[in-house]
Design a protein around this ligand. Structure first.
Ligand SMILES: NC(=O)c1ccc[n+]([C@@H]2O[C@H](COP(=O)([O-])OP(=O)(O)OC[C@H]3O[C@@H](n4cnc5c(N)ncnc54)[C@H](OP(=O)(O)O)[C@@H]3O)[C@@H](O)[C@H]2O)c1
Length: 363
């Protein structure tokens, strides 16, 4: 099969490096362009990243000699060289909005990690196992943009990638509310212990904007598509506290859930629902789809961030410690890899879905 030509915008950053790694040996995607700021433009990728390379695997051979392009100044040229781009940049929100729209209008689909377009009315925010049907709104978005190929699709915030999938199969029992505390790794801030030494032996009880995203984004994901717009779900309502902890990768969440009176399922039923849950990526057998999306550990001391974040290439949600609670019905813990399932891996899976469903085509 002829591969799709892929660009990574923000390829020198933490999430961008993940994209570059995930493109190595990808069966459908060929890394073709890497772009970043004017600071990196014109340099070999290996030189532009330099000591910032933060992946556990070596920098892919195929990426080393790619000359980094300027995401803004070279946009037209880049759009002509690729079939679509991934985007993960650290810029002001309005600048990201403009940049992503520029690529879409240049007829280059954008699969984005950034939050800038998550609340744009006709931009789908997708966890492929949960709301794959939301991509249908791309037809309406293309009408607004006046494009044939170009569009923007986004993935949701990394903080909620563990508990939203865990809660999703339980909504049918009248799930009313959930309380979550997240314990988030430093790579979520684009950092390592070398670049953020203050985080060694530390916990910081604040991550700007994260609690709002953790509470509100699930309602768009669980929302419905009506007349070319999303109508947010009214519940389950979520309250969240997000805390930065001294882990390199992997966001853990402690979650409490309450069902409508008398409707709470048994613990065995919940575990059975988690074990049985799968979605469109598994149905379509997409290359990055985990076989067992929700993995339950019976051991009391699992999942652990360091031990379990890489389960099925970091694309799984690991769950454990389901037990009754005195104020809510049940509590449990869950874990997902923030730069894989929660960022680049989730976006690659979304791009695979968009290709399989015909929204991304070869230009
Ligand atoms: N880290 C995570 O777990 C995570 C999870 C979900 C979503 N996200 C989101 O993903 C995005 C990137 O996060 P990150 O952690 O990868 O950040 P990062 O490590 O700070 O990387 C930022 C990237 O943006 C590029 N950039 C900065 N200014 C630019 C400009 N004016 N034009 C073009 N490129 C520019 C940088 O290029 P230079 O190297 O040339 O400066 C670099 O490639 C953010 O929006 C973040 O909220 C991150």
């Amino acid at each position: 099969m002829e591969k799709y030509r892929v660009g990574v915008i923000g390829g020198t950053g933490m999430v961008g490096q993940r994209f570059v790694s995930l493109m190595e040996n990808h069966p459908w995607f060929q890394l073709t362009v890497i772009a970043a700021s004017s600071r990196s433009a014109g340099k070999r990728y290996e030189d532009a990243v330099g000591h910032r390379w933060a992946m556990a695997t070596p920098l892919p051979q195929e990426a080393k000699d790619i000359i980094v392009m300027d995401a803004e100044a070279d946009a037209e040229k880049i759009a002509g060289m690729v079939d679509f781009v991934f985007c993960a940049v650290d810029m002001k929100k309005e600048e990201i909005r403009a940049l992503e729209e520029k690529y879409a209008k240049l007829e280059c689909p954008v699969v984005s990690n950034n939050s800038a377009h998550r609340w744009t009315e006709d931009v789908p925010m997708v966890i492929p196992e949960i709301n794959s049907d939301h991509i249908k709104i791309i037809d309406a978005q293309r009408k607004r943009l006046g494009t044939k190929r170009g569009f923007i699709a986004v993935k949701s915030n990394c903080s909620l990638q563990s508990y939203v999938p865990a809660l999703h199969p339980l909504k049918k029992y009248g799930l009313e509310k959930a309380l979550v505390c997240t314990y988030q790794a430093i790579s979520g801030a684009g950092k390592t212990f070398e670049t953020w030494p203050e985080m060694v032996d530390n916990v910081i009880p604040y991550i700007g904007g994260e609690e709002e995203k953790s509470e509100q984004e699930p309602l768009k994901i669980w929302g419905t598509l009506e007349d070319g717009k999303f109508v947010n779900a009214k519940g389950p309502s979520i309250t969240a506290q997000c805390i930065r902890v001294a882990a390199s990768d992997g966001h853990m969440a402690a979650c409490f859930m309450k069902f409508a009176d008398g409707k709470a399922p048994s613990m065995d039923q919940i575990k059975a629902d988690w074990a049985a849950f799968s979605g469109k990526p598994q149905e379509l057998n997409l290359p990055s789809a985990p076989k067992q999306f929700l993995h339950y550990f019976e051991e009391d001391n699992r999942p652990q961030t360091k031990l379990d974040r890489m389960l099925e290439n970091g694309m799984v949600v690991s769950i454990g410690r389901l037990r009754p609670d005195t104020q809510y019905d049940y509590k449990f813990v869950c874990l997902s890899h923030n730069t894989l399932r929660g960022a680049a891996g989730g976006a690659v899976l979304l791009a695979e879905l968009l290709c399989a469903e015909g929204y991304i085509t070869k230009a």
